[in-house]
Design a binder for this molecule. Structure first.
Ligand code: URA
Length: 283
């Protein structure tokens, strides 16, 4: 006889109130429908599900609420004036980010801003600062399923501009440039303080090379986001808060995580306000 699995317990964690009766039109992983996102055109994408309500309350402390939660994909909806904004966590890395982007695009989202954390590759970039990505080195793996490697992973100009202007408007120290977007946190970012203490030949020396080529930082989702959005005619940008200084050491600087996340969120939300007024998403 097969094992009796307690799905009732699982259900309690994955369904939210009336969302339990999902509409047939809901997308499979995100458990969202056009109706549940109320015609939203713009989405903020943190990696971490725990950061979703923090971002939602930074947008609108009163009116924000959770509308779905399944696996790593947690979604809140918050209004800015009359504009609904979706905040969905992507989980870590390209494969799960690609699912979130694909399903949000199916529901009508046209503009995406990744809000995450990052490791700095240049000495002048300090923990707590933010990096605004102009373009990403495509070492994410996933983006090759959307466009050949020759195709660039670049930010949308209006989203990039909004992020840069937003950073100065909220007085956050920012750095604008190229990001290396890795499929892995450990070998792809040449970490050797690991179980195996080994990085394969293809990746050995890669950190020094990116530093030498002026790459600002490492993270894990921007190449997938920027490649997919360009390939699909959508707009995207990326802001990340620095939580490790990789020219100094491998470890995460825990004392700076709050500041880094807070700064990235402040910049993303200020950019969102600019995008909704100065550069309204096309219908
Ligand atoms: N995210 C990454 O991908 N790397 C870091 O070092 C920190 C955050």
């Amino acid at each position: 006889m097969g094992a009796i699995l307690n799905y009732a317990m699982h259900e309690r964690f994955t369904s939210i109130g009336s969302q339990r009766r999902m509409e047939m039109s809901a997308v499979y992983h995100l458990k969202l429908s056009k109706k549940s996102i109320k015609g939203a055109r713009i989405a903020l994408l943190p990696g971490d599900p725990g950061r979703v309500p923090v971002i939602a309350s930074a947008i609108n402390n009163e009116g924000a609420s959770e509308i779905a939660c399944n696996r790593e994909f947690r979604t809140w909806l918050a209004d800015i004036d009359t504009h609904p904004v979706v905040i969905t966590s992507t989980g870590i890395g390209g494969p799960s980010a690609a699912i979130a982007i694909e399903e949000l695009a199916q529901l009508g989202i046209k503009t995406f801003i990744r809000v995450g954390t990052t490791g700095a590759l240049q000495r002048h970039i300090k923990a707590g600062d933010v990096v605004i990505t102009t373009a990403s080195v495509r070492i994410d793996g996933t983006s090759e399923h959307y466009a050949p490697l020759e195709y660039p992973a670049v930010s949308d100009y209006s989203v990039l501009n909004a992020l840069v202007e937003a950073a100065s408007s909220v007085n956050v120290r920012s750095h604008v440039g190229i990001t290396a977007s890795s499929a892995t946190f450990y070998p792809g970012q040449e970490r050797v303080d690991t179980f195996s203490r080994y990085v394969i030949r293809d990746l050995a020396g890669s950190k020094k090379e990116w530093e030498h080529l002026g790459v600002l930082n490492y993270e894990m989702e921007s190449a997938t986001l920027l490649t997919m959005c360009n390939a699909m005619g959508l707009r995207a940008g990326c802001v990340t808060g620095v939580i490790s200084e990789r020219s100094e050491k491998e470890k995460i600087i825990h004392s700076k995580i709050r500041a880094a996340e807070g700064n990235a969120i402040a910049v993303a939300v200020a950019a969102l306000r600019r995008l909704l007024t100065d550069y309204p998403p096309s219908p």
